[in-house]
Write a protein that binds this ligand. Structure first.
Ligand code: CA
Length: 219
């Protein structure tokens, strides 16, 4: 079955070009307002959403947030204009998986879509539960001993990748590639910093350091 992609874009020419290009490979759906986009996302549960940042009714950031709150587990690639650099960080904090700056080549977009879908496929686990932790990766809700934990989107993604590959040793490079992935390439120190923070929040015992190799998740 073809993966389903929802394109939310208010500029008719871009919307049409994207649909034309992508419908050869993917099952594509389109919306030209945020409201329609959210409704379609809810009804159709696409694997990926191409989300224009500036829409006539709701801005892309709020849409991103609302998608997460509704538990819509789609990967999100934001389409932004060249000068929206500050917004990039904000979007990543809100849970976008990648960015592409207009104008972009369709070839580049295809490559990004492929990469994001591949990364998403590596994180199939939707929930985790043991005596202490309870995590819903679709709704981004984490609890420790029934108390809500404040995890960032990236921490959720790191954890989801770990849980999806339980008992496997995961290198820092793998984490960078599959969790961060986007072009703002952080260093392996960023990975370590996230692990430290994650350990503090969920409890030390869950993530073990394997010297010289990386990390392993296991209760
Ligand atoms: Ca627009």
């Amino acid at each position: 079955m073809k993966p389903k992609i929802l394109i939310i874009e208010d500029e008719p020419a871009i919307l049409l070009a994207l649909k034309d290009e992508l419908s050869q490979t993917y099952y594509t759906l389109t919306a030209s307002t945020g409201t329609d986009g959210l409704e379609l996302a809810h009804k159709e549960e696409p694997q990926l959403i191409l989300l224009d940042l500036i829409l006539p009714d709701i801005d892309g950031f709020s849409i991103c947030q609302q998608l997460k709150e509704k538990g819509i587990d789609a990967a999100i690639i934001m389409l932004t204009a060249r000068d929206q650099v500050v917004d990039k960080v904000k979007g990543l904090e809100l849970g976008a998986d990648d960015y592409i700056t207009k104008p972009f080549s369709l070839q580049e977009l295809r490559a990004r879509i492929k990469a994001v879908l591949r990364r998403k496929a590596l994180m199939p686990v939707e929930e985790y539960k043991d005596d202490v932790l309870e995590i819903n990766f679709k709704r981004y809700i984490a609890k420790r001993k029934n108390k809500i934990l404040k995890l960032s989107y990236l921490e959720f993604k790191v954890l989801r990748f770990f849980v999806s590959r339980k008992e496997h040793i995961i290198s820092r490079k793998e984490l960078l590639e599959h969790v961060w992935g986007y072009q703002v390439v952080p260093s392996t120190r960023t990975v370590d910093a996230h692990i430290v923070s994650l350990r503090k929040k969920i409890g030390k015992k869950y993530i073990t350091t394997i010297h010289g190799k990386g990390y392993k998740f296991g209760a």
